[in-house]
Design a protein around this ligand. Structure first.
Ligand code: NAD
Length: 256
């Protein structure tokens, strides 16, 4: 019997990158997976990948910064599969790189709306359901940028520090109710987001691997699957004493 047989897992932003790898891993471990994204085609592709591998999945569109869509997402997951056991609040954006004094209000608002408020709205909807159902697990996607600063990324850094704060608070408020909330802090991971950051930082002169590999003590950036492994473990019955943990998965980045 697989570890998540009979369980339902919801992953926001699972049309690509870390979210997609997490959805695939949950499905491979037996979960019924609710794939959600603002990009319908990308999300449906993830569902097709899961179906091709013999897993169970459905797609539901939701913009995590919209409270009504987030509430409908949790309700839809429960309607379809009868329960929600694990949630991963992964959807996020990187925005544009500029020193703080040159950042625009629009960039700040967009990043905070999706990364910080989006995580907050997802936590609310998931916790409201899990309080009724008797518990569950939630993993938030923070970042090494939630632990330390990165010049040029002040709104993103602020949003990820916020994710860490709300992870700790939710853990303290709901641990006794059987809801385990934790966060992961990836270093540079080989996805579209890192490509965008590298391309902005080097004006297209370097790939994310060329720019970021040497900055990691392991000598390379990570894969989405290496983050998915940690997320799924934190969501599993092997991690029942993990609560309010902020776990780096970063090739040694914050050990420096
Ligand atoms: P990505 O850009 O490859 O994928 C993000 C997904 O989120 C996309 O499918 C996108 O359509 C979706 N999305 C964006 N806005 C959304 C919204 N409002 N509602 C729903 N879905 C939305 O990014 P990724 O690298 O896989 O990042 C996933 C998470 O991991 C993010 O929270 C990111 O901040 C975090 N992270 C990434 C890295 C990295 O190096 N890639 C490092 C640390 C943390």
């Amino acid at each position: 019997m697989a570890m998540f047989d009979g369980k339902t897992a919801l992953v926001t932003g699972s049309g690509a990158g870390i979210g997609r790898a997490t959805a695939l891993k949950f499905a491979a471990e037996g979960a019924s997976v609710v794939v959600s994204d603002i990009h319908v085609q990308a999300g449906e592709e993830t569902v097709s990948m899961i179906h091709s591998a013999g897993g169970k999945a459905m797609f539901q569109h939701a913009d995590v910064s919209n409270a009504e869509e987030v509430a409908a997402l949790v309700a839809g997951a429960v309607d379809q599969y009868g329960r929600l056991d694990c949630a991963v609040n992964n959807a996020g954006i990187e925005g544009t790189i500029a020193p703080l004094a040159d950042q625009t209000e629009a960039n700040y608002d967009a990043i905070m709306r999706i990364n910080a408020k989006g995580t907050y709205l997802c936590l609310q909807a998931e916790i409201r359901y899990m309080l009724q159902s008797g518990g569950g697990t939630i993993v938030n996607l923070a970042s090494v940028a939630g632990l330390i600063g990165f010049p040029g990324l002040s709104p993103y850094v602020a949003s990820k520090h916020a994710v860490i704060g709300m992870t700790r608070n939710a853990a303290l408020e709901y641990g006794k109710a059987g809801i385990r909330v934790n966060a992961v802090c990836p270093g540079g991971i080989d996805t579209r987001m890192l490509d965008s950051l590298a391309s902005q930082a080097t004006a297209g002169a370097q790939t994310s691997s060329q720019m970021m590999d040497p900055l990691h003590p392991l000598g390379r950036i990570g894969t989405p699957e290496e983050v998915a492994n940690l997320i799924v473990w934190l969501s599993s019955p092997e991690a029942t004493f993990m609560l309010g943990a902020i776990v780096p998965v970063d090739g040694g980045y914050v050990a420096q």
